[in-house]
Design a protein around this ligand. Structure first.
Ligand SMILES: CC(C)(COP(=O)(O)OP(=O)(O)OC[C@H]1O[C@@H](n2cnc3c(N)ncnc32)[C@H](O)[C@@H]1OP(=O)(O)O)[C@@H](O)C(=O)NCCC(=O)NCCS
Length: 132
């Protein structure tokens, strides 16, 4: 991204941007929005639990990918309680992003997600934890 990225928490539920393919947030969720040059370029939906937070979905507008937006969104929720998430085994971009931020693999849910080709693929369970 050539324009600076600004991340801000917005009221949940908020209206998802057009590029969003995840579930719509509920009143139980928290939402962060990334903007650049006045446009919404990324969104993050998180649910806070008693001991950890769960990333329900993160998505960056296709034209803005690989410019640090995903990283900027996730960085706002790292540093406090542990963070959990699930990601498709085949999602190379997301898994690389999570790994770069210090998430580690805790396990798998075999054949959890349906694929567009009619098959199944594993969910990879990952977590970020504060340093002991
Ligand atoms: C996954 C996603 C959120 C990443 O957002 P992004 O803004 O493009 O990511 P960033 O630019 O912050 O990337 C940070 C790092 O992640 C890794 N990464 C990101 N995209 C990558 C890709 N396509 N291939 C390999 N590594 C990638 C790189 O290590 C990158 O650092 P670098 O650019 O310095 O090499 C974005 O690709 C997306 O919206 N995908 C569709 C929705 C999705 O799959 N969400 C996750 C559901 S679990």
């Amino acid at each position: 991204m050539t324009s600076p990225v600004r991340v801000e928490e917005v009221a949940a539920p908020d209206v998802p941007p057009a590029f969003w393919t995840g579930p719509a947030p509920t009143a139980l969720d928290r939402v962060w929005r990334a903007r650049a040059a006045g446009a919404v370029v990324g969104w993050l939906v998180v649910r806070d639990g008693p001991d950890a937070r769960e990333v329900l979905h993160i998505e960056v507008a296709p034209h803005a990918r690989r410019g640090g937006v995903g990283r900027a969104l996730l960085e706002v929720i790292l540093g406090g309680p542990p963070v959990w998430l699930e990601v498709r085994d085949s999602n190379v971009a997301a898994r690389a992003l999570y790994g770069q931020l210090g998430f580690v693999i805790d396990g798998r849910r075999p054949r959890y997600y349906p694929t567009a080709a009619g098959g199944r693929e594993d969910a990879v369970l990952m977590s970020w934890r504060p340093a002991a």
